[in-house]
Design a binder for this molecule. Sequence first.
Ligand code: SF4
Ligand code: SF4
Length: 287
Amino acid sequence: MEYRGLEELVRKVFYETEGNHVMVEKEDGTAVRLQMFEEPLMGIGSAEDPMFLDYKKLEAVGPWHRSPAQWLPEAKTVVSLFFPISEEARKSNRTEPKTPSLEWLYCRIEGNEFLRSFIGRLRDYLREAGYPACAPALDERFRAFMDQKPDNGEDTAADGFARTVYGSMWSERHVAYLCGLGTFGLSKGIITRKGMAGRFASLVTALELPADERPYKGLYDYCIRCGECIRRCPVRAISEEGKEHKPCHDWLLHVKKEYAPRLGCGKCQTAVPCESGIPLRNGSFSC
Ligand code: SF4
Ligand code: SF4
């Protein structure tokens, strides 16, 4: 399979995976049909990219971050996909900072289920075509740490690490950066050419494809440091120095008390110049 063939497969799987349309139940008892995600952008990286070694450094992700070969020994290629949140859901969340829209909350929870189905199906198609593949987020070895001591999935905590962290053994955002999909913003999301409001999924595979060129050099090249995400955050988790994970995480748990089983916020990704494109320094943006 070549690059074009994988793009076509991604599109086919996107449309045949069920769950991208949901009925959002409103407080007045009515329900509206919502498409959560638009067609994904694809970025390709090499499984041997030395940046994966950099991600093991504490100042990046940490020693618990696994390389592609640790997920799949025969890995050659990393496929990262960005699913833009639909205009309808983004628009609904451009309101005042304290109240997340129901549409946004569905994208976070039901959206996650859709993305898990999607990436599992894509992985299975590749396997059936003869290319071993692993979707780290679905792998039984995968761990995410929410204010927990990291564990590298083996017998001991990673390198005897003592602090609690927010992170995981496979950072979708760092993988997206490596695969050329976009750069970080002040709010620590990734700004793609379709903006920051969206979700990621990825897999590693033995299928060998040429890596995409990264059209940037610095981690924050696409962020214009306008500060709008600072102003949008209801709990001041973002500052000019970056984002603190704890207040954000605590806020999401607070939201869940009211909206369980759903949670979410996304105010730093809506009504900001990087919502749906790469912001330009004159205040507009490009798609
Ligand atoms: S809102 Fe402005 S400062 Fe925040 S990530 Fe987007 S471009 Fe950067
Ligand atoms: S940083 Fe967290 S709490 Fe703040 S706006 Fe973004 S999602 Fe909401």
